[in-house]
Ligand binder design. Structure first.
Ligand code: FE2
Length: 152
């Protein structure tokens, strides 16, 4: 293969990697948009004595999702992508049972953490993006640990 062909191939690979990076960032953004709605929904519907603790907990998680979404969106813009405005279509289970809420929250955080883990393993990720996603990842892990305790 000529040098030009090699350069072109490297260029294609780079473009594909960037595309994949943007696809995964948008998947994480869509998941954060869903998480924001899920937590605000549960904050509104949680009933009984558990409301005292869980309403502020769900609201704090909703706010964290907004912040994560903002970080991811800003990175999509920085990398020349088009940030999604649609939330992930996975159903948000309506319930007034706090245990179901906590289980759904746990699932949501676990999926979010897996998405960020995947992002951290992509070849195209630069050090600034890696740092931003790693910070989010740590926070997701703390949420998972907290939910494990709440579900115990
Ligand atoms: Fe998050």
């Amino acid at each position: 293969m000529t040098d030009d062909a090699n350069d072109a191939r490297r260029g294609d690979t780079k473009a594909n990697d960037t595309e994949e990076l943007l696809r995964e960032l948008n998947a994480s953004l869509a998941w954060e948009l869903r998480a924001e709605v899920l937590y605000n929904h549960y904050a509104a519907y949680v009933k009984g004595i558990y409301r005292l603790h869980l309403q502020p907990f769900f609201e704090a998680e909703a706010n964290e999702s907004v912040l994560h979404g903002k970080t991811v969106r800003d990175q999509i813009v920085k990398h020349g992508g088009k940030a999604t405005t649609d939330r992930d279509p996975t159903e948000i289970v309506h319930t007034t049972d706090y245990k179901v809420m906590l289980r759904e929250a746990f699932q949501t955080e676990t999926t979010a953490a897996a998405g960020y883990k995947k992002l951290l393993e992509l070849p195209e990720i630069d050090s600034e993006l890696y740092d931003a996603i790693e910070q989010i990842s740590f926070q997701e892990q703390r949420s998972i640990d907290e939910l494990c305790q709440l579900l115990d």
